[in-house]
Design a protein around this ligand. Structure first.
Ligand SMILES: *[C@@H]1O[C@H](CO)[C@@H](O)[C@H](O)[C@H]1NC(C)=O
Ligand SMILES: *[C@@H]1O[C@H](CO)[C@@H](O)[C@H](O)[C@H]1NC(C)=O
Ligand SMILES: *[C@@H]1O[C@H](CO)[C@@H](O)[C@H](O)[C@H]1NC(C)=O
Ligand SMILES: *[C@@H]1O[C@H](CO)[C@@H](O)[C@H](O)[C@H]1NC(C)=O
Ligand SMILES: *[C@@H]1O[C@H](CO)[C@@H](O)[C@H](O)[C@H]1NC(C)=O
Ligand SMILES: *[C@@H]1O[C@H](CO)[C@@H](O)[C@H](O)[C@H]1NC(C)=O
Ligand SMILES: *[C@@H]1O[C@H](CO)[C@@H](O)[C@H](O)[C@H]1NC(C)=O
Ligand SMILES: *[C@@H]1O[C@H](CO)[C@@H](O)[C@H](O)[C@H]1NC(C)=O
Ligand SMILES: [Fe+2]
Length: 509
């Protein structure tokens, strides 16, 4: 056994040297490890390989030296992808427990002996243990094809020579959060075309787009590996997952306007995103990686889809013929599936067990961005806000606009008179400042009167700390130097009556 362990560690050292975006010499080398909660007692382990593996397998147990249990899964690929996506869901795990795992293939003689990673399963719903999570939106590739010490034409805020970027900051702070929640705009691989047109990339050819798109995705997932291999990486859809051209790009030099027609099959309709991740929608009656929910301790988390499927006849931004015409969706089996699901999901929450409800939704409807009103998603507001108000959702995390803005709790555009002291309205935060090649978005004056803190000067991420059933803190952490630039605590009385079907956490108020 001892021998086996040192062999594993040896391989670990070797695989750590993988250069993001490169093709490894052993095509069976597992890359882009990622985890996702799968119900209260499950964890999905996903990874990619350049070679096809017939039967992906995860070996695991609570003892890193004896990975005696195993679970099987499946593999998917799509046209233009250079790699296979493997997904294996581990079930019947103990809650709040550390497990060790390694990924391989059944009878896969070419599969190397792989590194052992670990994860912790979620806290049972109602468990009062305080904890923190990290939230990012609009986080792209870092380095020469992404955010670096230079930015695109006309953009501001390149990284300073000594700045840590958001991925590095999240790695440095990895012990401070239980999971990472990335609610849309993941990698920005679709900017390959814009980066070429702007001359941001060293001279590549436009016909190289398919490969460039895929390598940019691979590079990003490689950069995320130190986080996503050990912490659940929960994701939501953003407009940049929709297709390969970011809703239309004009090349002014050659007078060409590109549309999604330039995208090769496999780069449209959220294909990469659908293949790459496995969010717990089966476990929460949601749909794919688009809308779903899960519990962790005192919080019920909900991921919404602002891009497609808004229901009630509302044309979603990325829908075919929608305002941004990304030719994507729908993903529900009928037009109102998402809002119907949201209503049911919210109604089913036993607030005496999980008093907090935190929602992630990519596009904001409250933000100081009046002069660029197309970035404000009024249709999303129309689709979702009535339900969020009705069920007194506590916190809504948005992004899409690339700055940080903490707003007041509010309802139908009116600030809650209680502010953070036991409001009945949802609290809204926009944090799209994680970083991508084109810098941050400048604030648009006038700043709205519901805004409480805003900055367009720092890349950063949010840390949310759940102290107990009544207090929750949201901080904006500047990635550059890991300082907290903004911190505010929400107090909620949360005096909910038990629904009577909870298991052992009754009557906690
Ligand atoms: C970066 O760090 C180096 C070494 O500490 C220092 O000499 C240099 O002045 C710093 N540069 C900036 C722009 O802060
Ligand atoms: C890229 O290469 C083409 C053809 O080789 C050349 O015409 C063009 O000027 C180059 N562009 C840049 C930004 O170097
Ligand atoms: C650009 O192309 C459009 C049609 O595609 C044309 O109407 C327009 O005149 C062109 N502009 C220039 C500056 O060539
Ligand atoms: C996108 O994919 C979904 C299924 O995954 C399909 O139902 C829908 O028609 C597709 N949309 C477009 C515009 O191709
Ligand atoms: C936005 O528009 C307002 C007028 O409505 C103007 O006062 C303000 O300067 C504009 N801000 C920017 C950044 O253009
Ligand atoms: C805030 O601004 C809006 C207009 O944007 C205005 O209708 C409202 O009365 C203002 N509220 C307060 C409290 O000043
Ligand atoms: C909840 O946490 C807050 C912040 O840490 C603390 O001030 C408060 O006393 C706690 N409440 C209870 C009931 O423990
Ligand atoms: C850290 O970075 C932030 C954001 O740029 C800046 O405001 C702050 O002064 C920096 N703090 C230190 C200690 O350098
Ligand atoms: Fe976005």
């Amino acid at each position: 056994m001892k021998l086996f362990v040192s062999a594993v560690l040896l391989v670990a050292a070797a695989s750590a040297a993988h250069v993001p975006g490169s093709v490894p010499s052993n095509l069976y080398e597992p890359l882009e490890h990622r985890l996702a909660y799968a119900g209260p007692r499950g964890m999905t382990v996903s990874w990619n390989t350049f070679a096809k593996i017939d039967k992906p397998l995860v070996k695991y147990s609570q003892n890193p030296h004896k990975l005696t249990q195993d679970a099987k899964g499946n593999s998917v690929i799509y046209p233009t992808s250079r790699t296979w996506n493997h997904h294996v869901t581990l079930q019947d795990l103990k809650p709040n427990t550390k497990y060790y795992y390694t990924v391989t293939g059944e009878n896969c003689h070419e599969c190397p002996e792989n590194e052992v990673y670990s994860f912790s399963t979620s806290l049972p719903a109602g468990d009062k243990t305080p904890y923190s999570i990290a939230v990012v939106v609009d986080l792209g590739l870092m380095g020469p094809q992404g955010l670096s010490t230079k930015v695109g034409t006309g953009a501001a805020n390149p990284l300073g020579p000594n700045d840590t970027n958001t991925i590095q900051s999240l790695v440095q702070n990895i012990d401070s959060y239980d999971f990472l929640w990335h609610t849309g705009d993941i990698a920005y691989a679709d900017y390959w075309l814009k980066e070429e047109i702007q001359g941001y990339l060293s001279n590549t050819t436009l016909t190289g787009g398919a490969e460039l798109y895929e390598t940019m995705l691979e590079s990003f997932y490689d950069e995320m590996q130190p986080i996503s291999s050990v912490k659940p990486y929960m994701v939501g859809p953003g407009n940049h997952e929709a297709n390969c051209d970011n809703g239309g790009t004009t090349d002014p030099v050659h007078n060409i306007t590109y549309t999604y027609d330039i995208c090769l099959p496999g780069q449209l309709n959220f294909t990469g995103y659908i293949n790459h991740f496995r969010m717990p929608s089966k476990e929460s009656n949601g749909v794919g990686n688009f809308w779903y929910s899960w519990d962790h301790g005192l919080v019920h988390y909900i991921q919404l889809d602002t891009e497609t499927d808004l229901g009630n006849g509302i044309l979603a931004p990325d829908a075919p013929g929608g305002p941004e015409d990304e030719n994507s969706g729908p993903f529900g089996s009928y037009p109102n599936e998402q809002v119907d699901w949201l209503a049911k999901d919210l109604a089913s929450v036993d607030r005496s067990v999980t008093p907090w409800i935190v929602v992630g939704a990519h596009r904001p409807w409250y933000a100081s961005y009046a002069n660029k009103s197309s970035a404000i998603c009024t249709v999303c507001k129309n689709a979702f806000e009535p339900l969020l108000n009705k069920y007194e959702v506590d916190l809504v995390m948005h992004g899409h606009i690339h700055f940080y803005e903490r707003n007041a709790p509010m309802k139908n555009g009116v600030v809650d008179p209680n502010e953070l002291n036991n409001p009945s309205s949802p609290w809204y935060i926009v944090n799209g400042a994680a970083g991508h090649y084109d810098g941050l978005d400048p604030l648009q004056y006038p700043i709205q009167n519901y805004s409480r803190y805003t900055t367009d000067q720092a890349y950063g991420w949010s840390r949310i700390t759940v102290h107990n059933a009544t207090h929750l803190t949201q901080e904006f952490v500047a990635s550059r130097n890991n300082t907290v630039l903004d911190s505010a605590t929400l107090y909620k009385e949360h005096n909910f009556k038990s629904k009577g079907h909870s298991k052992g956490y009754r009557g906690q108020h």
